[in-house]
Design a protein. Structure first.
Length: 285
């Protein structure tokens, strides 16, 4: 029995040591070892990432992650499996730090506070928070939300902003966007707040789009980035080069047009100023 106990202690030690080793393993080495590139993304945030009617996981962010996937295969010189895993605001950073995913590709705002825990890619989309309401609602912006039931997602920048700057609102926090929109449709909320582009996605995907309005000026600035583990410069370079080459070669704009162009389900024209900002991030070769 004593020998068995010693053996179990030794196995536990070795497994713990292996866990520590894998936890500190550079992302590219992990992907090369496992043959899998795992991306954390959303299942209910159209058109960035969602499950469509054909039960396919699709979206703008996912297509950008596929650009990264191609660049990883080019860098490693081998075929790599592309895998998606569900992530929500409350689980994104834990999924990264635990190495359950290699990249977060969704609607994650690059903030100074989040940079303490993760690194971000170049900005791939810029938006700001607004409100989704039933047409005819008295809520037209942040000045109208005092005493109103405002839905928001747990762990989002919008939740933090409202708690800090607009404490008069009655916040109702939800784990994800579909549950918040269901509550709004059932009349349990006066408005739902999120980044404007996500609200437009909800409106266009709703059974009766004309019943809904996106209202208010942006009350936040939300630059979206692809998130990854901190202090992994080699992997961050591969991610950023994929985005820069997509911008420079036109693949980014083809993907943008697919999801936000005039013939898409969520038309959202890319302004000249935003396009200029995106292109200014492309550094010389």
């Amino acid at each position: 029995m004593k020998r068995i106990g010693i053996f179990l202690l030794l196995v536990t030690f070795l497994l713990s040591f292996a866990g520590i080793s894998f936890a500190s393993e550079p992302t590219l080495e992990k992907i090369k070892r496992t043959g899998v590139f795992t991306v954390g993304t959303r299942s209910g945030s159209p058109p960035f990432a969602y499950i469509n009617k054909q039960n396919e996981w699709v979206g703008f962010s996912i297509d950008l992650a596929r650009l990264v996937h191609k660049n990883i295969e080019k860098k490693l010189g081998k075929s790599i499996k592309f895998e998606l895993k569900e992530s929500i605001p409350a689980t994104r950073i834990p999924l990264l730090t635990s190495m359950a995913v290699d990249l977060i590709a969704g609607t994650m705002t690059d903030t100074r506070a989040r940079r303490e825990n993760v690194d971000f890619s170049l900005t791939f989309f810029a938006t700001g928070a607004q409100f989704l309401v039933k047409k005819g609602s008295p809520i037209k912006g942040v000045k109208d939300i005092a005493g109103k039931r405002i839905g928001t997602q747990q762990g989002s920048t919008n939740e933090r902003e409202l708690r800090t700057r607009y404490p008069q609102a009655v916040l109702v926090v939800f784990p994800d966007q579909p549950s918040a929109f269901t509550a709004l449709a059932q009349g349990k909320l006066d408005a739902y707040t999120n980044d404007g582009i996500q609200l437009w996605g909800l409106k266009y995907k709703a059974p009766n789009p004309d019943e809904w309005e996106v209202v208010g000026e942006f009350y936040t600035y939300d630059p979206y980035g692809l998130a990854m583990r901190k202090n992994d410069s080699d992997f961050r370079h591969v991610v950023n080069v994929a985005l820069m080459e997509g911008l420079e070669g036109g693949d980014y704009f083809n993907i943008y047009n697919k999801w936000f162009g005039p013939k898409s389900e969520v038309p959202y024209p890319l302004s000249h100023d935003v396009k200029t900002f995106l292109m200014m991030q492309v550094v010389p070769k």
